[in-house]
Write a protein that binds this ligand. Structure first.
Ligand SMILES: C[S@@+](CC[C@H](N)C(=O)[O-])C[C@H]1O[C@@H](n2cnc3c(N)ncnc32)[C@H](O)[C@@H]1O
Length: 235
């Protein structure tokens, strides 16, 4: 038997460290995740409302966690096809049983993958370009979050949309509330990405894409939709 050293492993091999880190975080948390996060992961329902995939379109969630967003979206948009992946196998266990319980195994596929280095082919074994990619409260937990944005944009079909919601800089909140909130978030390994808007402006400019960005709930959250240019009309 040949044993490969870590440096010899191909780049799409298992993201062992990230998986172990997120599994430590969510091994027990996943059981109370949906019940507790509904009070403070604000803006997720708006994202689902605004998704509105057309019949036959594909929607990917990067860092799908327990599958809560995929299940809600797939229950609502019955004609679309949904994909989600997460680096935590603990979270995926919850996602898999949630999807099955909701009777959505026919329209939602979940898999293991690393957001910083994914392709549709590597994660789902299919050459896929997505009409919508959603990233909900995951960028703030991923150290190389700008790579995730690059990968997400690269995986969009022409005219596809990248929908992002995450913690904001809380600019409209009193200073004490902001300080306490930031401290509390570090307990969960969460770092709000204060330069998300700048990074998205650059990405939109590079790709000739449109960008909508706002900071709802007095800056508690930040919300963005980046729209890629469509396919040029046939001559
Ligand atoms: C706060 S949870 C958000 C889950 C879900 N998107 C939601 O809105 O409820 C963040 C998720 O990102 C996942 N995650 C962290 N690092 C990741 C990575 N490198 N690749 C994929 N998923 C990752 C975590 O395992 C976790 O499930």
């Amino acid at each position: 038997m040949t044993t490969l050293t870590r440096s010899e492993l191909p780049p799409q091999s298992w993201p062992v460290d990230a998986t172990a880190r997120m599994n430590r975080m969510y091994r027990y948390q996943r059981h109370i995740y949906d019940a507790t996060r509904r009070y403070y992961l604000l803006g997720r329902d708006r994202l689902i409302n605004e998704l509105r995939p057309a019949a036959g379109e594909t929607v990917l969630e990067v860092g799908c966690g327990t599958g809560r967003n995929l299940i809600q979206a797939a229950s609502r948009y019955r004609e679309a096809r949904f994909y989600g992946f997460d680096v935590s196998t603990e979270m995926l266990t919850s996602a898999i049983s949630g999807v099955a319980r909701a009777g959505l195994s026919g329209s939602v596929k979940v898999a293991h993958g690393d957001a910083t280095a994914f392709t549709g082919q590597a994660v789902f074994g299919q050459k896929l370009a997505f009409d919508h990619v959603m990233i909900s409260y995951s960028l703030s937990m991923i150290p190389d979050w700008t790579a995730v944005i690059d990968r997400a944009i690269a995986s969009l079909a022409p005219g596809g949309k990248l929908h992002i919601v995450d913690f904001g800089d809380q600019r409209g909140l009193p200073k004490t509330a902001r300080t306490l909130l930031r401290r509390w978030l570090t307990l969960f390994d969460v770092t709000p990405r204060d330069d998300l808007e700048d990074v998205l402006i650059h990405a939109a400019t590079r790709n000739g894409a449109g960008l909508r960005f706002d900071r709802p709930f007095r800056g508690y959250a930040q919300y963005a939709v980046l729209t890629m240019p469509g396919r040029p009309p046939a001559a």
